[in-house]
Design a protein around this ligand. Structure first.
Ligand code: ADP
Ligand code: MG
Ligand code: MG
Length: 862
């Protein structure tokens, strides 16, 4: 019942019902929260009476009474949304304390220091969360007291010293709010419930929901729960643990605890906590019970759990459990291990891994053989490597990040208020806090590299620098961090290509069994083709021949071809290009032996291969001023003339794609010849190759028929010349709406279709991508005019409809028509799902995204 009770409440109820030790409590539902917002931030009618009624039940259960000066009942007021948003909303502990009940608490526990410790925590949290007084102001008072009494840690203060802090806190509250701290427990309770409801719409919660695409309409539940105390002495403590390692996935208890501490001390990095394994020695009985409970919870939820617990005088209490956030690496290992342990099936394992999170596993990491200038080592909190400028402030990290710069955010510790900066940073480095600190949890959730608790670095925010050993690193200096080892390095470091772990391979093998959609790669070189094949590509969906034209040694010949003033000159250039292209195709087709390779003929406007006009003018002027030779100047002027003649108002809609083939059939004929000569050679050498010749930017079947003839004639010629028979197909890209709408006609001349959804999105929406992304698209997304950037996530309703139309019309003529997609959408999970639904045969994406596509295609099929 997570939607109604919130994740925290639902799981607390569930743990209670399976017999685990959970302090009793009551849950105010998300319905109440939503009603609260409908009624202009007022409690829904009847809610207050019900709460009072239920508090009585808690009093009966515990034998304590709310506000009782002798034996007071204390509660926590905890937020809990249906989807976990760690640390985003607020919690108040030790509620029910006041100047009278604190004495009762002290007497009941036989411990004055403990009671005062609870009271000061309550005043601080209540002041911060409910009354909106900055936490720093409380912290300041506490720091001063610690200085005065010359102690280092909070838990070293005595009851009397806490008493001083408490009095100051109360004064602070009165000063800041204009009225005294509310002593009445019921008033405290309702004010806290109000604050938790309100915290659903605090800034950081809103940002978090936006980043994680959580609907604003869910609302939060409120849990009012009887307090248990981890701060009652050395047989007490509090901790957080994962049932498996959330960073690597290894099946071991993983977490931290603090002796004699309460709640958030562990996460906040007040003292550095101890690893959970040491609990085995300090409290063997509790450890055993805890380990058994973890196993039980994993079996129950069939998932790795993230658990909060407290030990009160040797007794274990469970305070929270939820499915733990984990890195992609851990997600894969845990999913595969759980299948092997019989906890889940393969389909579930497939669904447990978020394809988008695989991204950084498929990205480069630090070269293990590189010589590194390691300046410090912290905790390896979230794997992956990052390099960037040092920035000490989240706002600045956000600004530079949005500006396209790479930054590493360096903080003593992060708080939920830094979330916008973390989003934009390449990586996070903190000097305090453990593996479960805020920075670590958030970074793992986002798949961002993080090194935390790097205590060797001394950060000076005022000077905007940190010092480590003898080294001073200033704002703007480049550092690298390795979240897998915890190392911090000066400068950029060399990186290498990733390898897939055994578990990753296993998961992908299962994905291949489940999916029906094929996965190909876009690749332009034999090396990329081989890489794609290694990642499991079942062919190439797009070879862009123009990339081959751009190579340094070829560009002059390509330019000669473009600048040719007669047929002879052009042929001369083409003759030179032919063997070069043939070698390219030979290499790629060979690397993809026995798999299909779609080769697209020349696509971009010709002026892309020429220098730009302004540069040329500067060169000419310079030559003139420095007395360059007349010949050279004349040549450059000729070139400039040609560049001007070729320049277009709107190149995207200009002389490109098959329009070049129509105007200059010799160019396409040369490319076709290069393909077929390579094919003939390979066939003769005994290779099985499957070439697919693709004509871009078609709007009408007549274009395709015309160019098909050019290609077919070339094939026939090559077969005659070489005496080798070979197979090939000729097809087209569908990337203009007209082609999609006339797909039945186009299919008459096509053996296959491939959706070029980058262009199809541009032409369907009338957005030029380069202009849209910089200028207005983000406003469309922010103002919710479009749900997503259509260049990243396929626009199902518009572009998708054109695709569906084309599929339907094309297959009405040729039921077995091979149809794929080669736009960047081919590697994006939601778009892949759409391709599956629409009945495409395959998606094609960049080599590094092939594993993502294999997984996403399987998820679409589950
Ligand atoms: P968050 O969602 O930020 O983790 P929680 O509501 O879980 O906030 O509470 C914050 C901390 O207080 C946690 O460490 C939790 O275990 C502790 N806590 C909450 N309620 C109680 C309680 N009734 N007794 C003891 N500790 C509690
Ligand atoms: Mg919690
Ligand atoms: Mg295109």
């Amino acid at each position: 019942m997570k939607d109604l009770l919130g994740g925290k409440g639902a799981n607390l109820a569930e743990m209670t019902s399976i017999g685990l030790p959970v302090p009793p409590g009551i849950i105010i539902t998300t319905d109440a929260c939503n009603q609260f917002y409908v009624e202009n931030r007022q409690f829904p009618p009847g809610m207050e009476e019900q709460v009072r009624e239920k508090i009585k039940t808690l009093e009966e259960k515990t034998g304590k009474r709310f506000g009782d000066p002798d034996n007071p009942l204390l509660v926590s007021v905890r937020s809990g949304a249906p989807i976990s948003m760690p640390g985003m909303m607020d919690t108040v502990l030790n509620l029910g304390l006041n100047d009278e009940t604190v004495k009762g608490l002290a007497r009941a526990a036989g411990d004055d220091r403990f009671a005062m410790d609870c009271y000061r925590r309550f005043l601080n949290m209540f002041g911060d969360v409910v009354l909106g007084i900055e936490h720093d102001k409380f912290e300041h008072i506490l720091e001063r007291q610690k200085d005065l009494t010359n102690v280092q840690f909070d838990n070293q203060l005595t009851a009397e010293q806490w008493q001083v802090v408490v009095e100051e806190y109360k004064k602070l509250i009165e000063r800041e709010t204009g009225s005294p701290f509310p002593q009445e427990p019921m008033e405290q309770l309702f004010k806290s419930i109000y604050a938790v409801f309100n915290s659903w719409n605090n800034e950081r919660a809103i940002v978090y929901r936006k980043v994680n695409k959580i609907p604003d309409s869910l609302g939060t539940a409120v849990n009012v729960q009887v307090m248990v105390f981890g701060n009652l002495g050395d047989d007490c403590g509090t901790g957080v643990a994962f049932t498996r390692n959330p960073s690597t996935g290894v099946n071991e208890l993983y977490g931290e605890y603090l002796i004699n501490a309460q709640g958030e001390d562990v996460v906040a990095g007040i003292r550095t906590p101890q690893p959970i394994a040491t609990l085995k020695d300090t409290m063997p009985g509790v450890y055993k019970q805890f380990a058994e409970t973890c196993t039980l919870l994993e079996k129950h939820y069939r998932n790795m759990q993230d658990i909060e617990f407290t030990i009160e005088r040797g007794k274990l209490w469970m305070l929270q459990t939820r499915n733990g956030k984990r890195t992609a690496q851990a997600a894969i290992k845990i999913a595969v291990d759980m299948v092997n342990e019989g906890l889940i099936n393969k389909e579930e394992a497939i669904m447990r891994v978020e394809p988008a999170h695989l991204d950084h596993l498929l990205h480069r990491r630090i070269d293990p053989n590189a010589k590194l200038q390691v300046i410090a080592k912290g905790l390896p909190a979230s794997p992956g490597a990052a390099s960037g400028q040092v920035v000490f402030d989240a706002d600045e990290a956000e600004k530079l990040g949005l500006d396209g710069q790479k930054v590493v955010l360096v903080r003593t510790e992060t708080t939920p208020d830094d979330i916008h900066g973390i989003v934009q940073a390449q990586g996070i480095l903190t000097s305090r806090g453990g593996m479960t600190s805020h920075a670590a949890v958030v970074a793992r959730g986002m798949g961002k590299p993080c090194v935390c608790g790097c205590e060797a670095i001394r950060i000076d925010y005022a000077k905007e620098e940190f010092v480590v050993g003898g080294v001073t690193v200033k704002k703007g200096d480049i550092v690298s961090i390795d979240g897998a080892t915890g190392q911090v390095m000066l400068g950029e470091v060399p990186m290498i290509d990733p390898e897939l772990s055994d578990e990753f391979q296993q998961l992908l093998t299962w994905a291949d069994e489940i999916r029906s959609l094929g996965v190909r790669a876009n690749a332009d070189t034999p090396a990329d083709a081989a890489k794609a094949r290694g990642f499991g590509a079942e062919g190439i969906g797009l070879v862009r021949t123009e990339h081959m034209f751009m190579a340094q040694d070829r560009l002059p010949i390509v330019q000669q071809m473009i600048l040719a003033s007669d047929v002879e000159q052009m042929n001369n250039a083409l003759v030179q290009l032919l063997p070069m292209q043939e070698e390219d195709f030979y290499g790629i087709l060979k690397a993809m032996e026995s798999l299909p390779v779609t080769i697209r003929l020349l696509d971009p406007p010709l002026h892309e291969f020429l220098p730009n006009a302004e540069d040329l003018m500067v060169e000419i002027t310079t030559l003139r001023l420095t007395g360059g030779s007349a010949d050279e100047i004349r040549q450059k002027e000729e070139l400039l003339k040609k560049v001007r003649a070729l320049s277009e108002f709107n190149p995207m809609l200009g002389h490109r794609g098959c329009r070049l083939g129509i105007t200059f059939p010799a160019v396409y004929a040369m490319q076709a010849r290069a393909i077929f000569q390579a094919v003939a050679r390979l066939v003769r050498e005994g290779y099985k190759v499957i070439p697919e010749v693709e004509i871009p930017l078609v709007i009408d079947v007549n274009e395709l028929s015309f160019l098909r003839q050019v290609v077919e004639k070339t094939a026939t010629d090559v077969m005659k010349e070489t005496g080798v028979q070979f197979e090939y197909t000729v097809g087209t890209m569908i990337e203009v709406p007209r082609a999609a709408l006339l797909a039945d006609e186009v299919a008459g001349a096509a053996d296959f279709f491939s959706f070029g959804t980058n262009d199809l999105t541009q032409t369907a929406l009338g957005f030029s991508r380069d202009d849209a992304e910089g200028k207005f698209l983000q406003h469309y997304v922010e103002k919710k005019i479009l749900k997503d950037n259509p260049f990243m996530v396929l626009d199902r309703s518009g572009v998708g409809k054109l695709m569906q139309t084309a599929v339907q019309l094309g297959r009405s003529v040729k039921p077995d028509l091979l149809i794929g997609i080669c736009g960047e959408h081919g590697g994006e999970p939601s778009s892949i799902e759409f391709c599956h639904i629409t009945g495409l045969n395959y998606v094609s994406c960049s080599p590094f995204r092939v594993p993502i596509a294999r997984l996403a295609a399987a998820q679409a099929a589950v």
